[in-house]
Unconditional design. Structure first.
Length: 356
């Protein structure tokens, strides 16, 4: 009694052993290193996801890398403030205090010779005074509607933290690193280990000019993580101001999931920047990207609609998509998603072996 297994139990035992074997192979064989391709249109949050992966694996940044990041923080702060104040005339706005014109003049002089200087305290003071002007803050809040280019979603965070960042002994902390705006040009490869499973992740530049150069090089990846920014449904491309960014993202997704190189490749779709989308959808109608939408103007219904639009782009009815609504700056959420990615890859390998 209790010594005999039913057919269902035998199958369950077989699958369990196969899973254990698969995990062991992933952990011990260099050939079975998990390779992930990270894709998405520009500004979707790919770099943030990649940085999260690195932080979660406790791979510390070197002093040289931190110095490079600090310089990029300084550069972004100055350049993005410059973009904001230069957009004021076109927006028909003037400073609340005429003295801010002096700060603009001094900032312009600093930028002309910026590559030969450290981030000086007086430059930080000028930026801080400009940021405190209510008109500048209003301009920042309306930057998307006014189509002011090259202003990141996290710029406000760095402006608010100027007193800390401008200190001589400044070193970027984990949050600074995650929120720092960087552009991927070409291919960036990062290797790390999670739960004794080795990963190689390839981040590929998202702008139009950088596509089609690499697609055939990655046909052997275990999965593609495609990132689309939910919050971009009412924005246009930097390269082409007539093209909606959400629609462009869908076009790229369609070309990837129907590519002959990725016919049997698992695709994980990250609908990213859900926190920004949740706030924006209360004010900006989704009809700007999808005039055919007839549902309620709320988060749950609009996200469900966008999911179906992406899934409908595949020409392969047997292709499985794994969809996650994400906020790439949320470390706990990214950790959970990575765990699910590992499970998905193991199950996929078992399926190909006929055991699932």
């Amino acid at each position: 009694m209790g010594l005999c297994q039913s057919e269902e139990e035998k199958v369950g035992t077989l699958k369990s052993r196969a899973i254990d074997k698969e995990i062991k192979q992933l952990q011990t064989s260099e050939e079975r290193t998990v390779k992930l391709l990270l894709l998405g249109a520009g500004e979707c949050g790919k770099s943030t996801v990649l940085k999260q992966m690195r932080l979660l694996t406790s791979k510390q940044y070197t002093d040289e890398e931190l110095l490079t990041q600090a310089k990029l923080v300084y550069t972004n702060i100055v350049i993005e403030m410059d973009h904001l104040v230069k957009a004021m005339p076109a927006a028909g706005l003037n400073f609340s205090d005429p003295m801010r014109e002096h700060d603009v003049h001094m900032l312009t002089l600093y930028i002309k010779d910026m590559q030969h200087k450290n981030f000086q305290q007086d430059a930080a003071d000028h930026v801080e005074k400009l940021w405190k002007d209510p008109v500048v803050k209003r301009l920042y809040a309306e930057r998307k509607e006014l189509n002011i280019r090259d202003i990141g979603d996290n710029t406000e965070y760095f402006f608010e933290n100027l007193p800390r960042i401008s200190k001589e002994d400044y070193h970027p902390n984990a949050t600074d690193t995650l929120l720092l705006r960087t552009k991927t040009t070409g291919i960036v490869e990062v290797g790390f280990e999670i739960k004794k499973v080795k990963f190689r992740v390839f981040d590929v530049g998202g702008q139009r000019s950088e596509r089609k150069k690499w697609i055939h090089c990655f046909e052997d990846v275990n999965a593609i993580i495609f990132i689309a920014a939910l919050s971009e449904y009412n924005e246009v491309l930097f390269e082409d101001e007539t093209t909606n960014r959400m629609i462009e993202s869908m076009r790229l997704f369609e070309s990837i999931c129907n590519s002959r190189w990725f016919h049997n490749t698992n695709i994980i779709l990250f609908l990213n920047k859900k926190d920004l989308f949740e706030e924006k959808i209360k004010k900006e109608n989704i009809h700007k990207a999808f005039p055919e939408y007839r549902g309620e103007q709320n988060y749950a219904e609009t996200v469900a609609f966008i999911k179906t639009k992406f899934e409908a782009l595949s020409n392969n009815p047997k292709k499985t998509f794994y969809v996650h609504e994400t906020c790439a700056t949320d470390t706990n959420q990214v950790q959970k998603i990575l765990d699910s990615v590992i499970s998905m890859i193991i199950q996929s390998n078992l399926h190909k072996s006929g055991l699932y």
